[in-house]
Structures are given as structure tokens and as C-alpha cells.
Design a protein around this ligand. Structure first.
Ligand SMILES: C[S@@+](CC[C@H](N)C(=O)[O-])C[C@H]1O[C@@H](n2cnc3c(N)ncnc32)[C@H](O)[C@@H]1O
Length: 478
């Protein structure tokens, strides 16, 4: 790296990546992510750098264009299951400031970041290395994308286009944090001398902080367990050069394992199955909802089996859903005392109750919601008390409190799905037709997100209807 290269790039991003989606989206259309600009136009060869640092990269691996997924790691030939693909010695991952750095300004800054925004903590370290002339990690950092498609960079209009309050809330929270943190950083660095300045004297603003937070949230792995003084182990996030060029799949070709070698931990990527020529080497980033994929990684998975919607458990809403499901006078708002006791056990009533329930995901229906409905639809206390909470919460082939209760509970949940769908101001068909047009990438992502949420709710309704049919058929055959 030339002596001025690193310092120039930090300033460039601050100047160019303005705090608006418009500038980001014009510069990086989604359908040509492969040409997504990296921090420098001709970055060093990452595979060669890893090998030079004592790491191992399987000779059949290369960095390739993975279309709309950006760059990725591919195989040049067949590789058998169980083969070591990439190994990084302990000094290559980029980690949080260590204990020996606790007196530094960077450490003080990272202490101001709430734990849930751990990506910003490691992001500060990344920004520091990006600003450091001659940083050991420059060959890695210069290969990072210049921009990210996460919604903190969306315009206000595209944040609204998400049409889903829990995600809009999270995006706004992150944007507010970045704007506040810019001030915190500015105030803390005001009187810091050049020699102690964590960013080599360069300005850091909400835009560069957002770049660093997104680089980490979309690329870091939280997998290394370290022993704490009290004997407990904890996961710490780290950036794994080259390994983080692997794209995501729920059916990945490879997995990361940690090897303890003479005290330091090596990161190893191992093929989990036979890999054919020209196949991408994928890792599973986690069984995440589309909210998290979009918020942290800037993409949405179509038909994501782990996607769900959140609803508030609300007795008045249940009464309305009950009417829609054909109950003449639903009384979810006035449970008997024994029913209230069960609602408390389900943590849906009482001090500190968690009223958030979900529809979708691998469970299909939130077990707490299902149990509450089943219990509230029954008058017979002894019948309910003959079952434990687990069986009341389980959506299995059994109808624990009888077929009528089961089908009514499922119909009410379908009515709740309808309510959830009505919260979206647009229909799937409208979204589909907008997506067919020529629209900016961030708008496309926002619309894909809300469309997938709606399709997921429709799928839940379809599966519950099938279940009702199946249970009713069983009844007529009995
Ligand atoms: C850890 S990086 C992987 C390398 C990255 N593709 C690149 O060009 O540097 C994660 C990013 O890759 C992209 N990505 C990974 N898996 C994807 C998938 N299944 N679908 C769409 N984008 C994906 C997203 O932009 C995500 O933020």
C-alpha cells in the first residue's frame, strides 16, 4: 500500500457516501453487484495475501462473480466432502480492541456503543485500521465493498416502502444512533492529540460510521468462544478475511470450525458436501428472518422458511378475529380466573408480560398464542388442566382440547393473518407490477421485503387451512 492510500480512502468515503440513499443507489445497481466498487479500484489479490500470511487456500478456490450476490468464492474443480478449503492463522482475523488497548481512545469510544450494536464496536476498529497508513489489514480492507445495500442507507421514502413497523423501527433506531454517535465521537476527539487519535486525525461522521457498521454486520462471524475470568465462555465477533467472501445459503457447501493450535485459534472452512466445478462455496449465516437479513446484510431471501411477522397479543383484537372466524360472542377479553392463571404462565398476562407473538417461521404459529386461544375457547377447566403447557403450545397432529376447539383456534389465527395482511397498504400483485418496472435498487429491496412478508403470511394461511381440512376429515371418518 502506498503511504497515502489508506488515509485518502477514509476521507473519500466520508465525502462521497453522503447520508442519503439516492447517492448510494445510483452508484450501485443491484443487478450488477459483481461490479460493486471495492474501496480501491484494483485491490491486492486476497487469496495470495492469505497464503503469504501463512494461511491455507485450497488450490481449486477462486474469487468469482456471483451475480446479484456480489463477489463470492467458487471452486475451479471438484472437491470432495471433508476437504479443508480455507484456513486462517490466529493473527489474520480482525477483532475488537483487546484488553491491552483499554486505555486507548478507541476503547473508550467502543464502550459508548450499546451491546446490541456490537457491529459498531468492531466497526470502530475497522475504521481505525482503514485510516492507519501501512495497516496489516489493508490488503483485506481495500477489497471491501465501498457501499452496502442495508436500509440505513435507504431514503426516507424507501424506509416507508418497507411497510413493516418492526423493521422500520429498527432502521430508524440505527440511523438515530449513528447521528448521535457522530456527535459523541466528535466531542471525544475534539481535544485528542494527533499521536493518540484513533483515526489518524481524520474526520469520522455518521456516513463513515454507517459504512463500518454495515461492513461488520454483513461480514463478521460471532463464533469464537473465549474463556472469561469466571470460567464462562462468550462469543466474540471478528472479521475473517477471505472466509467472509463466501455467500450465504441455508444448504451450505461448507462450515467454519475452530481449531486450537498451541494456544491460538485457527479458523478453518471445511467442505460439508461434495463440491462440483464452478459451484459457489457457501456458508450458512444463520437461520434468520428477512428482517435480520435485510437489516444486517442488505438482502432478502425469497420464501425464507425462517421469516415471520410479529403481532401484539391483544384480547380486543382476538375478539374481532373470533367474530371474523364465526364465533357469535367471543369473550377473549373476559377470561375466567383459571384461564388468566394459564395466560400468566404463558407470559401473556401480568407484570413484565411479553405480548409480542409471531406468525410464520419454522414454528408456523407462536406456541404461546396457540395455547392461549385453545385455553380461552374451553370452559372445562379439568380438561385443560389434564394437559401440560408444552402440549398446549405444540402445533402437532393432535387436537389436545378437541377438534372443535382446534379448528376454531386455527380459524382465529387465519383471521389474525388477514388482519396482518391488511396492515400493508399494498397488495402482492401491486408489488409485483412495481418490481417489473425500472426502479432504484433500494426501492426494489424494500418492495421485495414487504412482498415476501405478505407471501409468507398467505403461506401460513394456506397451511393452516390445510390443517383444518385434515382435522375435519379425521372427524368425519371417526
Ligand atoms: C459476507 S459478504 C459475502 C461476500 C460479498 N458477496 C462480496 O461481494 O464481498 C455478505 C454479502 O454478500 C451478499 N450475499 C451473500 N449471500 C447472499 C445471498 N444468498 N443472496 C443475496 N446476497 C447475498 C450480500 O450483499 C451480503 O451482505
Amino acid at each position: 500500500m502506498s503511504s497515502s492510500a489508506a488515509s485518502k480512502t477514509l476521507t473519500a468515503a466520508v465525502d462521497v457516501a453522503k447520508w442519503s440513499a439516492a447517492s448510494m443507489t445510483r452508484r450501485r445497481p443491484m443487478n450488477c453487484l459483481a461490479s460493486a466498487p471495492r474501496l480501491v479500484s484494483h485491490p491486492p489479490d486476497l487469496i495470495r495475501w492469505v497464503r503469504r500470511q501463512g494461511g491455507f487456500v485450497h488450490p481449486k478456490l477462486r474469487i468469482a462473480n456471483h451475480g446479484s450476490n456480489g463477489l463470492g468464492v467458487s471452486s475451479d474443480g471438484e472437491i470432495s466432502a471433508g476437504t479443508d478449503l480455507i484456513s486462517l492463522p490466529g493473527h489474520i482475523p480482525l477483532r475488537l480492541p483487546g484488553y491491552d488497548e483499554r486505555c486507548t481512545v478507541l476503547f473508550q469510544l467502543s464502550q459508548q456503543v450499546p451491546e446490541e450494536l456490537w457491529a459498531m464496536r468492531l466497526g470502530l476498529k475497522l475504521l481505525q485500521e482503514r485510516a492507519t497508513t501501512g495497516s496489516f489489514w489493508w490488503p483485506y480492507i481495500s477489497n471491501l465493498p465501498e457501499t452496502f445495500s442495508v436500509p440505513i442507507f435507504f431514503s426516507g421514502e424507501d424506509i416507508k416502502n418497507l411497510q413493516y413497523a418492526p423493521l422500520v423501527y429498527q432502521v430508524n433506531k440505527r440511523c438515530r444512533f449513528l447521528l448521535d454517535f457522530e456527535k459523541t465521537v466528535g466531542a471525544l476527539l475534539e481535544n485528542v492529540e494527533q499521536k493518540s487519535h484513533p483515526f489518524s486525525g481524520q474526520d469520522v461522521n455518521a456516513s463513515s460510521l454507517g459504512w463500518a457498521m454495515s461492513a461488520v454486520s454483513s461480514r463478521a462471524f460471532r463464533l469464537h468462544s473465549e474463556s472469561l475470568s469466571d470460567g464462562q465462555r462468550t462469543n466474540i465477533p471478528m472479521l475473517l478475511p477471505l472466509i467472509d467472501s463466501c455467500n450465504h445459503s441455508f444448504q451450505p457447501h461448507a462450515k467454519i470450525v475452530q481449531q486450537q493450535i498451541t494456544g491460538s485459534s485457527d479458523m478453518l472452512v471445511v467442505a460439508e458436501k461434495e463440491i462440483e466445478q464452478d459451484n459457489p462455496i457457501t456458508l450458512n449465516y444463520g437461520f434468520l428472518s428477512n428482517d435480520l437479513f435485510l437489516l444486517d446484510y442488505g438482502f432478502v431471501i425469497p420464501s425464507n422458511p425462517y421469516d415471520y411477522v410479529e403481532l401484539k397479543y391483544d384480547a380486543t383484537l382476538l375478539d374481532a378475529a373470533g367474530m371474523a372466524a364465526g364465533l357469535s360472542s367471543p369473550s377473549f377479553s373476559s377470561p375466567a380466573q383459571w384461564q388468566e392463571e394459564i395466560l400468566c404462565q404463558l407470559n401473556l398476562l401480568g407484570d413484565g408480560a411479553t405480548l409480542k407473538v409471531s406468525l410464520g417461521g419454522s414454528e408456523l404459529v407462536d406456541g404461546r398464542l396457540l395455547a392461549a386461544l385453545r385455553v380461552l375457547l374451553v370452559k372445562d377447566k379439568e380438561l385443560v388442566q389434564s394437559h401440560n403447557l408444552q402440549s398446549l403450545m405444540a402445533l402437532s397432529d393432535e387436537a389436545p382440547l378437541g377438534i372443535l376447539v382446534e379448528t376454531t383456534a386455527l380459524r382465529i389465527i387465519i383471521a389474525l393473518c388477514v388482519v396482518a395482511l391488511e396492515h400493508f397498504p399494498t397488495k402482492v400483485t401491486q408489488d409485483e407490477s412495481v418490481l417489473k418496472g425500472s426502479i432504484p435498487p433500494s426501492m426494489s429491496l424494500a418492495i421485495q421485503f414487504r412482498m415476501q412478508k405478505k407471501l409468507m403470511i398467505i403461506d401460513v394461511m394456506r397451511k393452516l387451512s390445510q390443517r383444518i381440512k385434515m382435522i375435519s376429515m379425521r372427524k368425519s371418518h371417526a
